[in-house]
Design a protein around this ligand. Structure first.
Ligand code: HMG
Length: 394
């Protein structure tokens, strides 16, 4: 129940993620550029990065993540699809409309795309909460899908990745009840951005880390001002993880800022279970926070009735902190085996293949082009024709 209103709580009823066909281990990158592997494995906490095949993009990953959710729950109550991304494929048409079509959702659906760097999916989740609050019989399909791409041989390169997370938001959820109190923070900073004419992001790495930490302070202060919980009430924290070590930096900063003791063992207990997927997938931007949640829920510990903190950060910057509590019986609704399979099924590529994929770009002349078949996933980008993307089932 929602303590404030006496009506059933609203939150995440289902959570499913998908990633790419290919994976590049950091050992390959380190061997190529002469970086000591410790910098990747320990310094940034990354072991591998998901690399999209030529015929994969945010639409194919989003559809792959969301299809099992629709298969389990049906589409009768889904009247809204919100797709959050910062690696959009079109300036006008929402990627969600392609996903809506691939999933065969009813025409009586509103579909929209949201953007604010990695924060977009949290905005989508919060807006979904509001829609369900307005009509409790409705469910909202929230999808976060992104490909993180930096210039070759740049410091950001080792933090690339790609994944999509799909969440069904509704009343009386099976996984996590989201609490209504949020701490918010917005600040106009140029820590990371991607002008429309570029397909790789620009970033000031050091500035981005300090902007993230500034946002941690900002959301925590506002969360307190809004009457939020005390730090001691949180059992675990899911952070946006551009690289998994960032969650440790952020949590230490939060503990410091709020005058709490720093206990390394406790910090590891709180954070390590949230990093297991992102450490081998890389930055999936909007999806990253929700992959942290998936990893936590899929882990060994029974989290029933535990309070989880969520800290969402999107460069530029917007951040939000909120709490959720884990629903009794949640384990019966998890997709742990499918999540492990999504990671395990990826085919390892060598560094030369990765560079070739990284350098690919689509023709812009509006001609007819078949896209090489590479993915074994359920959906693929089959062709470009007349400036249109043509998708098909795999
Ligand atoms: P860098 O210059 O390559 O690395 O940039 P570094 O020299 O800062 O080293 C990284 C860490 O590895 C350091 O640890 C080193 O000490 C350690 P720290 O001091 O930070 O604790 N190290 C080693 N450890 C063990 N053995 C070794 C070794 N060598 C060094 N041998 C940087 C790193 C993250 C800046 C770079 O990868 C980058 O620019 N990444 C992209 C930006 C980014 O991820 N920013 C994070 C915050 S912004 C954000 O989260 C938003 C974002 O997701 C976008 C969005 O919102 O849409 C990015």
């Amino acid at each position: 129940m929602n303590g404030d209103t006496g009506s059933p709580a609203i939150g995440i009823d289902d959570l499913s993620f998908a990633t790419t066909e290919f994976v590049l281990p950091h050992t390959e990158l380190a061997e190529y550029n002469g970086t000591p592997i410790g910098k990747y494995h320990l310094g940034i906490g990354q072991h591998a990065m998901s690399i999209p095949a030529a015929d994969e993009d945010i639409v194919t990953m989003a559809a792959t993540a969301a299809a099992p959710v629709v298969a389990r729950h049906g589409a009768d109550r889904i009247r809204t699809v919100v797709l959050a991304t910062e690696s959009s494929i079109d300036q006008a048409k929402s990627a969600g409309v392609y996903v809506h079509s691939l999933l065969g959702l009813p025409t009586s659906t509103r579909v929209v795309e949201l953007k604010q760097a990695c924060y977009g999916a949290t905005a989508a989740l919060q807006f979904a909460m509001g829609l369900v609050h307005r009509n409790r019989s409705e469910q909202v399909l929230v999808i976060a899908s992104d490909v993180s791409k930096y210039d070759l041989d740049s410091p950001g390169e080792a933090t690339q990745g790609a994944a999509a997370a799909a969440m069904l938001v509704g009343e009386d959820p099976s996984l996590v009840r989201i609490e209504p109190t949020s701490g918010l923070f917005t600040s106009d900073v140029m820590d990371f951005w991607r002008p429309n004419y570029r397909d790789t992001a620009l970033v000031d790495g050091r500035e981005s880390i300090s902007a993230y930490l500034q946002a941690v302070e900002g959301v925590w202060k506002d969360y307190g001002d809004q009457g939020g919980r005390a730090l001691s009430e949180f059992h675990a924290f899911c952070y946006h993880q551009p690289f998994t070590k960032m969650s440790f930096k952020a949590h230490r900063h939060l503990l410091n800022y709020s005058g709490c003791q720093l206990d390394d063992e406790d910090i590891a207990r709180v954070l390590e279970p949230t990093t297991r997927y992102n450490a081998v997938i890389g930055n999936s931007y909007t999806a990253s926070l929700y992959l942290a949640l998936a990893a936590l829920l899929d882990g060994e510990e029974d989290l029933t009735d535990r309070t989880i903190g969520f800290l969402s950060y999107g460069s530029g910057s917007v951040a939000e902190l909120f709490a959720g509590s884990v629903v009794p019986g949640y384990r019966a609704h998890l997709r742990s085996a499918a999540h492990h399979e999504a990671i395990q099924r990826r085919r390892t590529i060598d560094h030369a293949t990765y560079r070739e994929l990284h350098g690919r770009s689509f023709p812009t002349d509006g001609g007819d082009y078949r896209v090489p078949r590479q993915t074994n996933g359920p959906y693929r980008l089959a062709a470009l024709s007349g400036h249109k993307r043509v998708y098909e089932r795999g």
